[in-house]
Design a protein around this ligand. Structure first.
Ligand code: CO
Length: 191
């Protein structure tokens, strides 16, 4: 009888300690679980904010144009500093100066600029990748104008007849260095 009582007591003690042990982790895990949940709520807000900013960003960096010319900068982060070039309709010819303001070499982070109809971009980019140092296929009739590829600290320029982008389009400017087009592109229009 006494022995049975001891067994029972120790069984209760075990049960209690088991409870205590399982309670502790349970409340521990409940706390972290609540924390991420609390973090998840604010995370939804930042996501909504960039989305709202992204809409105007689609064409929010117009190039500065003067005297039928503009200068576009390209950097080591694979970016142009403009995503829209508006060519004055009064211009017969237009000059785009391209300046690589980064420091990386042309074979690593080279940039050029190609002008073409938006529908031709993909084909020009694919056919030009690696075939020449400038990543533009020789005599590609789809190319309206293009510069050579330059590296950090270098500049280049191109001049083309505005008549070529007055009809048709929409027209784009982009970098045909392999892998750059998705980030380095913008619209070019006559107005
Ligand atoms: Co580039």
């Amino acid at each position: 009888m006494k022995f049975r009582q001891i067994l029972l007591t120790s069984a209760i003690a075990l049960a209690l300690s088991a409870c205590g042990q399982s309670n502790a982790p349970a409340s521990d895990s409940a706390a972290p679980a609540a924390a991420p949940a609390a973090e998840a709520a604010p995370a939804a807000a930042p996501e909504a904010a960039p989305a709202a900013e992204a809409a105007p960003a689609a064409a929010s960096k117009p190039a500065t144009v003067a005297n039928c010319a503009t200068t576009i900068e390209a950097n080591d982060q694979m970016q142009y500093n403009a995503d829209s070039i508006t060519v004055p309709a009064s211009c017969t010819q237009f000059t785009i100066n391209l300046k690589h303001v980064g420091t990386m070499a042309a074979n690593v982070m080279g940039h050029n600029m190609v002008i073409a109809a938006q529908t031709d971009m993909e084909g020009i980019d694919q056919d030009g990748a690696g075939v020449t140092p400038d990543h533009v296929k020789a005599d590609d009739a789809r190319v309206i104008a293009h510069t050579k590829v330059i590296g950090g600290g270098e500049s280049t320029s191109m001049t083309f007849d505005v008549a070529k982008i007055k009809t048709g389009g929409p027209f784009k400017f982009f970098c045909s260095f392999p892998g750059h087009m998705s980030l380095m592109q913008g619209s070019i229009q006559v107005q």
